[in-house]
Design a binder for this molecule. Sequence first.
Ligand SMILES: Cc1ncc(C[n+]2csc(CCOP(=O)(O)OP(=O)(O)O)c2C)c(N)n1
Length: 381
Amino acid sequence: MESPEEEVIKIMKKAGIDFTATLPCDRIKNLLPLVSENFPEIKLTREENGVGVCAGAYLAGAKPMMLIQSTGLGNMINALESLNVICKIPLPVLASWRGVYKEGIEAQVPLGVHLPGILEGAGLEYTIIDEPEKLSLLEKVIEDAFSKRRPHVALVSPRVWETSGCCAWEIQKAPERGQERTCRYTLTRAVLEPRMLRNEAISAVAAELNGEITVTNLGVPCKELYAARDRDLNFYMFGSMGLPSAIGLGLALCSERKVVVFDGDGSLLMNPNALLEIGREAPKNLIIIGLDNGAYGSTGSQETCALRYIDLEILARACGIGNTCKVNTPEGLAEAFGKCRDMEELSFIHVILKPGNTKAPNIPISPEDITKRFMDALRNS
Ligand SMILES: Cc1ncc(C[n+]2csc(CCOP(=O)(O)OP(=O)(O)O)c2C)c(N)n1
């Protein structure tokens, strides 16, 4: 007889899911090996990041789905609202619903019990699946997410798996620790003086663009790129701070094109997890431009840790990104960008900047239209 785990895989396949992002929960530990076996999968380090990666995958034409523990919804809500909801980007989520059924861990209870109310209050669609007989509802969850282009969460009770005979977890191979480890993060670089503004850096790269996809950090950076060189292949962010590089990762994995991400120091430090996943996946068509003005430039240039405490290039190296460099002039940046573009290697360009914004006006296109324009351009070019 088919186990509930096998039924989930069947439903996902029938629905055309072709990309997954996962983070484990004990209760779905027999489902997860089947997901790994049957679908391309990104193993996340933080659930919020999956929202970005899946959005990028969708923008590139894939049909993504997330499989996580329900606690992860606690760190996804802002991204779901300010990326998926405003851009109308679908995302079905199978969340292993903890805290409500035979829960042994007290810490799971408060969020778990309130989740339906939280999702409802947030205007996010959800469906409760609390017995194996209701698993077919997952079909509707996936269908609804893609047809209405919105997130839809399936809260799946541990009761669904309780009597399952599936033992995929027991029979999977235990992971082996690498015997050899290459340490790639020794780095000697001159400490560069900040000489240019973010706008000069964005303009220097914008002038070089030729068929690449771009993803740009929220706030003033988007407005500056829009003013310097608007293109259909520019994906501008309006919210979901911390996710530009994650969106870039999803795009790079699901598209043949070169993907250029304009990220910021505040954004990268809000979600350094993105670099962990990027270092592991190492897509050869991804270039991250770390625009480091040492400040939250868009909100008044309040200091970030990048100003004195952490070097973003070393962070990128520590996450496994082998090809990195540091620049502080428009010419140096244009040259570094040209080199990285010609190489078939994941790259991180650390751009040292002075804080300061130009008076670039707001982008006069809605997030939904930006998304549509971008996807049409990607499909048709
Ligand atoms: C979760 C979240 N927290 C705070 C903000 C407010 N905010 C918008 S842009 C921004 C600064 C971004 O700084 P950085 O990534 O360094 O880019 P910069 O503007 O300096 O180029 C902040 C704090 C937000 N939009 N979302």
